[in-house]
Write a protein that binds this ligand. Sequence first.
Ligand code: DQA
Length: 151
Amino acid sequence: MKSILVMNGPNLNMLGQREPALYGHSTLADVEQLCRDTGDKHGIAVECFQSNHEGELIDALHRAGRAVKEGKMIGVVFNAGAYTHTSIAIYDAIKAAEVPVIEVHISNVHARESFRHHSYLSPVAEGIIVGFGVEGYALAIDGLVAKLGSQ
Ligand code: DQA
């Protein structure tokens, strides 16, 4: 059974308590369960990882790239939080690891502050899901499986 890594970056461990008007009331544990359930629907194992630290996210992307090359993993569903808008290092890691990434944002970043309008990840993403609330993670898994699941 192939896998998908669902990865969440900084402050997403605070889901449920953090600005619920923007991000909703689901916790990270709820989101991870939604992702595992969505994986089950496709016969895909879903691994989950959250970190507030850029280097740990980069290490996980490198590991995921190796797993993809070994035929064990399809790719990564990744909400990089604010690193989306700042991290050339994460952009470089996605390219270096040659790992397929679906970029996810719970909120519609384009309807928010202008500093959220630019993403370093979008140019190296296989696809982007923005503004569907936490349901976006399930859409991203569906999309990743539809696009790359048969490879
Ligand atoms: C976010 C949007 C980012 O701008 C923000 O820094 C986050 C969450 C989202 O899911 O909507 O931490 O990625």
